[in-house]
Ligand binder design. Structure first.
Ligand code: UDX
Ligand code: UDX
Length: 431
């Protein structure tokens, strides 16, 4: 049982804190957002993540997990301090580290005994050294510490499972003793542990996300070629995926990636490359291919509606950037609704979970809390987020409610043959 402090209770920090508590450690989670901490003390979650509410409740009840705004309280007796604050994209694509800096300074001011400071947030190569300098410079009196990089590989919507059954844990530090202590913390997960230096660990995170993003942009580019040649990209992906060197995952063609990680990490890595005078062509094209997907949607729907969107009512099935989350960061639904509205359409939206989070970002979109009410009177529907409940929709009822039976399936969740047989004017991606 170890004493752990986690700074930042967002998508990454809250899952990290509650999972380490569930492994039997004593965890104090800190956040500067007092409302967020107050709510958590009342059992109200700041984010939607399947299974998180129960996990937090169980560990708070057992006394292993607590919440505070005070760094003194959070660090009292702590052996480890995880920094899991936001690292949003800055103006020119580089990561904005102001929150990491503020957390590092606060830790330096409040630590009273030797501490292992762990960067959980995704941070540019070299940040570990930078954090060490900040802490050294901010300590009122010198206290021994080490900085370790332990990047997160959590997918939103499956973050707890990804934490508890990781493909691997990566630990980077120049202080081998510190690295081993962090490795000990992860032993109960019984997953491969890669111990390396700080910069390599930071790079593994960016390289992994950039590769996954590139894989998706690859299959999306291939989808357009499949459409041009009458091949089915879903079956192409299946055929490719049997090759262990390729793998079936992250080969689903659709509207491309969004969220808080891929957009931020691919652009940050490209920025870092350019910073060294390199020209990251594949990273740049990965981004370009990705965002072209969203631009094409309005045109596809316009064609399905006979060439004109003016005054048409379009319903978006799903608003969150992906299924099983309420996260709207870089969600395709925002760009898609903007394009439709500027073409003269009226846009409606429905999402099982992200309605509240979506409202401020979609001021001109009428958001419904029932998918059939939204559908009633629409001229077309667009599948934007592949929630399971859309796969089970009563399509006969949908067809009756629609002014015209038009569906653009941006996530390939329906069977084209079935849709055509039901009389829908249906278009998918790459099929
Ligand atoms: C984000 C990115 O998604 C992830 O890729 C990166 O690895 C870490 O940053 P996330 O958990 O999604 O992780 O961030 P967010 O949901 O924005 O939560 C950050 C939390 O840190 C917020 O609750 C914020 O209040 C808190 N915070 C921010 C602090 O506690 N202290 C600060 O100084 C700034
Ligand atoms: C990702 C990484 O998977 C995770 O390891 C890292 O720690 C954080 O970033 P996340 O962004 O939460 O996780 O979700 P993910 O499931 O990876 O999906 C990312 C985006 O790619 C979503 O917009 C999703 O819709 C899209 N996607 C994913 C596809 O378009 N096709 C696919 O085959 C898979």
């Amino acid at each position: 049982m170890k004493q752990i402090c986690v700074v930042g209770v967002g998508y990454v920090g809250l899952v990290t804190a509650s999972c380490f508590a569930d492994l039997g450690n004593s965890v104090v989670a800190l956040d500067v957002d007092e409302k967020r901490i107050e709510n958590l003390k009342k059992g109200i979650m700041p984010i939607y993540e399947p299974g998180l509410e129960e996990l937090v409740r169980r560990n708070v009840k057992s006394g292993r997990l607590s919440f505070t705004n005070s760094y003194e309280e959070a660090l009292d007796g702590a052996e480890f301090a995880f920094i899991a604050v936001g690292t949003p994209s800055g103006v020119d694509g580089n990561a904005d580290l102001k929150y990491v800096e503020s957390a590092a300074k606060s830790i330096a001011h409040s630590m009273t005994a030797s501490l292992i400071i762990i960067n959980k947030s995704t941070v540019p190569i070299g940040t570990g050294d930078w954090v060490a300098d900040i802490v050294k410079g901010a300590q009122p009196k010198p206290i021994d510490f080490a900085v370790v990089s332990c990047p997160e590989f959590l997918r939103e919507g499956s973050a707890i499972a990804d934490f508890m059954s990781p493909h691997r844990n990566v630990i980077g530090s120049l202080d081998k003793d510190a690295a081993n202590k962090v490795a000990q913390l992860h032993l109960p997960l019984r997953a491969p542990i890669v111990i390396t230096d700080l910069r390599t660990a930071e790079m593994i995170k960016y390289a992994s996300n950039a590769f996954l993003a590139a894989k998706i942009s690859f299959i999306n580019e291939l989808a357009d070629i499949c459409e041009a040649y009458g091949a089915d990209v879903k079956e192409v992906a299946a055929g490719m995926g049997y090759d262990a060197r390729i793998g079936r995952h992250f080969l689903d063609a659709g509207l491309g990636w969004g969220g808080s990680c891929f957009p931020k990490d691919v652009q940050a890595l490209a920025y870092m490359a350019k910073g060294k005078g390199l020209n990251p062509r594949m990273l740049n094209d990965t981004v370009v291919v990705n965002y072209d997907r969203r631009k094409a949607v309005a045109t596809h729907v316009e064609k399905l509606l006979g060439g004109d969107l003016k005054g048409k009512v379009i319903g978006l099935l799903g608003l969150a950037f992906k299924e099983n989350t309420d996260d709207m960061r870089d969600a395709p639904s925002v760009d898609i609704s903007t394009a439709l509205i500027s073409a003269g359409a009226k846009v409606r939206g429905y999402d099982p979970v992200a309605r509240k989070a979506a409202a401020p970002l979609l001021p001109e979109v009428e958001i419904f809390d029932d998918v059939y009410n939204m559908t009633d009177g629409c001229d077309a529907l667009i599948v934007v987020t592949p929630w399971n409940e859309f796969k089970q929709l009563d399509l006969e009822r949908v067809k009756d409610l629609l002014n015209s039976p038009v569906i653009y399936d941006g996530r390939n969740i329906y069977d084209p043959t079935l849709m055509k047989a039901m009389g829908f004017s249906y278009r998918a991606v790459g099929r």
